[in-house]
Design a protein around this ligand. Structure first.
Ligand code: MTE
Length: 318
């Protein structure tokens, strides 16, 4: 996309996430990785060392549940949407070097029995990080297959005990214009805001992400903590989260706030509901140039998530 007006953003390049790799599959795939490791050239052996631009050895041979190969570390970390660092796909990797993801505090507030300012270390202490391969389908109609590292959001939610009034969860990105050059301009109304209905937030596929390819995520991917909801367009995956608020009313998320004609709250990947300015039926799987990949309903997760939207008009609740 060449647009650069804010309203054009999450537009023609959405990323669906795709495949959820359960632990069993992951372990099996890791076995393949180990075999590949033995045969791999020396330069690929050390995860994140010699050449992190290539697929790290431990992940070689790993596929998504739909038997897709993973995008390279380079694709995942050099082609990003993170308007706080600029609107170009290369801006986040070029401009995020001064951002400091540690120390990090997340405010948990609203309809919850255990509100407070939680240090990142305290959030991570009781959880086990796991690697999950998901397809990321951007609303702009590009997609990637990414091995995220993180933990299910429900583990954090259960710890802080939402009250019966909590119907939605609202997430906010940090505002730090001195470290985020995009925030020095009115590209969007800062902070970036996203939200989920409580059942979506508690769904086992919904992930709080700390890394990619088994390593801490670089700043451009939303360090140190971001959301990934694999059946929704990529813009739901709010990055560098500093606030999680439990609320009764549906939050007004950033893209709906910018352009409610084109974007809604749910943003479920749906090949049958076109964006007002382009079709969502197909996608461009990076690094290819062609939109030759069919987009799947709920990004391929329909069997696990469609029940949450039974009876809803998905054209209206886009
Ligand atoms: N979060 C914030 N704070 N700012 C953004 O501009 N872009 C969203 C989402 N999260 C965005 C954001 C969009 S449009 C997409 S497609 C994904 O991040 C991209 O995530 P990735 O760069 O890790 O692939």
């Amino acid at each position: 996309m060449i647009i650069r007006r804010p309203t054009d953003i999450a537009s023609s390049e959405i990323t669906p996430e795709s495949v959820y790799l359960n632990r069993r599959t992951f372990i099996a795939a890791a076995g393949v990785g180990a075999a590949a490791l033995a045969a791999a050239p020396a330069g690929l052996r050390a995860l994140g060392s010699d050449d992190p631009q290539e697929v790290p050895a431990r992940f070689q041979g790993m596929r998504s549940e739909l038997n897709e190969s993973l995008n390279s570390y380079r694709d995942i970390t050099a082609y990003n949407n993170f308007y706080e660092f600029g609107t170009g796909k290369g801006d986040p990797s070029d401009n995020a070097g001064d951002f400091k993801p540690r120390p990090w505090t997340v405010s948990i507030s609203g309809e919850v029995n255990k509100p407070g300012d939680y240090q990142l270390e305290d959030i991570l202490a009781p959880v086990t990080l796991e690697d999950r391969v998901y397809r990321l389908r951007c609303v702009e109609a590009w997609s990637m297959v990414i091995p995220w590292r993180g933990f299910p959001l429900y583990e954090l939610i259960n710890r802080v005990e939402p009250t019966g009034n909590a119907k939605f969860v609202e997430f906010r990105t940090i505002v730090r214009p001195e470290e985020m050059p995009g925030q020095r301009a009115a590209i969007l109304r800062w902070p970036y805001v996203e939200g989920l209905r409580m059942d979506e937030a508690l769904h086992p596929l919904t992930l709080m992400v700390t890394g990619v390819y088994g390593m801490d995520a670089p700043n451009q991917n939303g360090a140190p903590l971001r959301l990934i909801v694999p059946w929704k367009y990529g813009f739901k995956g709010v990055k560098s989260i500093v606030s999680i608020r439990f609320v009764e009313e549906m939050p007004l998320n950033t893209w709906q706030q910018e352009n409610s004609f084109e974007y809604g709250f749910y943003a479920n990947v749906n090949p049958e509901v076109d964006h007002p300015r382009w079709s969502q039926a197909r996608e461009r799987r990076l690094p290819t140039l062609f939109q030759n990949h069919p987009t799947l309903m709920f990004n391929g997760y329909a069997d696990q998530v469609a029940h949450m939207y039974a009876g809803m008009d998905l054209e209206r609740w886009k």
